[in-house]
Design a protein around this ligand. Structure first.
Ligand code: MG
Length: 280
């Protein structure tokens, strides 16, 4: 664990608040992008990067690093903000989100030159296959690092996810943890109306995975879930994290229309104040 990493829930909550404020500011500047999912996943990213991951922002291609595969590529504002707050690049660069020539495009691209990005993402349903390949490669090379893959719940409707899930358990990839952002929503509405996912735990278990459920907006629960996943030795583990889209801004929480919407200029100050007052 690095000196700037912590397991203190109050400190983690405070970091998540700073990250949420940066997300709102960068999206307000860009005037486009994905707010709802970015806010909903902020606590999970915070715990992952500031507690769990073995990584070095000063040496982003360190061979022994844990890998994070962002499959749900449209939460790029959260991904970039977390990387910046860890020290991968200056926080000031977040202002260039979605600008022409910026390294921070609407979806993460390996060829944009931003450190900390393992996979170009945005086409949903692909990340878990890449994560399985990386976890299998680590096994073959007898490396100790772990692979984490962050999935939206809507993208579980893609068939490729389940091919990857089947192969992960076949190869006994206990170095692989998937995290499902179970906010129950996708671009067109509720997942259970578009194409139902439940019973989700049973689906993963039938594919040979360990399952852990947690409140994905409770940093202490998230931390325990990651620790439990790390202790599982027999199979890959999925953490099904119940989150609230738009978490932290009451007026937009749980509203799927904020999937890809940004605050109007007159809303920004109020949103930032509300986030600032969200105490642990
Ligand atoms: Mg969702």
């Amino acid at each position: 664990m690095k000196s700037w990493q912590t397991t203190d829930p109050a400190k983690l909550h405070s970091i998540a608040t700073d990250i949420r404020k940066s997300i709102v500011e960068s999206l307000a500047e860009a005037k486009s992008g994905h707010l709802g999912g970015s806010l909903g996943l902020a606590d999970i990213f915070t715990v992952l990067y500031f507690s769990i991951l073995n990584h070095d922002p000063d040496n982003p291609s360190w061979p022994e690093r844990d890998r994070v595969i962002l499959s749900i590529g449209h939460v790029a504002p959260l991904f970039y903000t977390t990387l910046a707050h860890c020290g991968y690049f200056p926080i000031d660069e977040l202002k260039t989100l979605r600008k022409l020539g910026s390294r921070l495009q609407g979806h993460p691209g390996r060829d944009h030159g931003l450190p900390g990005i393992e996979l170009s993402a945005g086409s949903l349903g692909q990340g878990l296959s890449v994560a399985v390949g990386m976890a299998l490669a680590a096994k073959i090379d007898r490396k100790e690092h772990n692979v984490f893959c962050i999935l939206g719940d809507g993208e579980l409707q893609e068939g490729s996810i389940w091919e990857a899930a089947m192969s992960a358990s076949h190869h006994k990839l206990n170095n692989l943890t998937a995290i499902v952002d179970r906010n129950g929503l996708q671009i067109e509405g509720k997942t259970e109306n578009v194409m139902k996912l439940e019973p989700l735990n049973e689906k993963w278990r039938s594919f040979g995975w360990n399952t852990i459920n947690c409140d994905g907006n409770d940093v202490a629960q998230i931390l325990n879930a990651f620790i439990e996943a790390g202790n599982n030795q027999n199979a890959p583990t999925v953490i099904i994290a119940k989150t609230i889209m738009g978490k932290g801004i009451h007026s937009i929480e749980g509203d799927y229309r904020w999937h890809g919407k940004v605050p109007a200029s007159e809303q920004v100050v109020g949103f930032l104040e509300e986030l600032q007052n969200d105490r642990f």
